[in-house]
Ligand binder design. Structure first.
Ligand SMILES: N[C@@H](CCC(=O)N[C@@H](CS)C(=O)NCC(=O)O)C(=O)O
Length: 85
């Protein structure tokens, strides 16, 4: 089964911007969750990922959720997932 993604981030974060720029270049349309303007997104990130640092990619596969931190790690992960959506 395919994975589904959400990117937890906010506009002024330069590391988030790098991931968003990669997504545009790669043609990936991943839902964005803004932890600066949406308190529920920040709480979800804290609860699920364990810390508030952005960017963080929420990865769901077969009902299992993983949280991936670090912009370069996120980009490398998405580069290796051509079926990303
Ligand atoms: N090395 C990390 C740096 C991420 C980072 O410093 N994010 C800042 C925003 S630009 C942040 O979330 N700081 C608040 C925190 O860590 O709780 C990356 O490349 O993703």
């Amino acid at each position: 089964m395919a994975e589904s993604y959400q990117l937890f981030q906010y506009d002024s974060c330069l590391f988030c911007r790098q991931v968003r720029r990669f997504m545009v270049a790669a043609g990936l349309e991943i839902p964005l969750r803004n932890t600066m303007t949406d308190p529920a997104a920040r709480t979800e990130l804290m609860t699920g990922g364990g810390r508030a640092t952005v960017p963080c990619l929420r990865i769901e596969r077969d009902g299992v959720v993983n949280w991936l931190y670090e912009s370069i790690v996120i980009i490398r992960y998405l580069e290796s997932r051509p079926a990303a959506h």
